[in-house]
Design a protein. Structure first.
Length: 85
């Protein structure tokens, strides 16, 4: 602990606080997203009928692909971040 400078401590604290703030902002998407999708699907269903479920199916298929790509890019970002630190 004695080898740690005040600047390093401030940097660590600011990084932790920023990550906490980002995660709190994202928590609202857990309840807003399903509600929004449900309302929009109902409105589209009233306009075009059962065809709207094809669009929902495409979204459901794309979500795991997006999650996999974000994992890959997250690993690459951490690797690149390790090079720059």
């Amino acid at each position: 602990f004695q080898n740690t400078s005040a600047g390093q401590i401030v940097n660590l604290l600011s990084t932790d606080i920023e990550k906490f703030n980002s995660s709190v902002d994202l928590l609202h998407y857990f309840w807003v997203s399903p509600l929004s999708v449900s309302i929009v699907m109902y409105l589209i269903y009233r306009q075009v009928g059962t065809v709207c479920f094809w669009g929902l199916a495409v979204i459901v298929v794309i979500i795991p692909i997006q999650a996999g790509l974000s994992t890959v890019f997250g690993r690459l970002g951490r690797k690149i971040g390790g090079w720059s630190d």
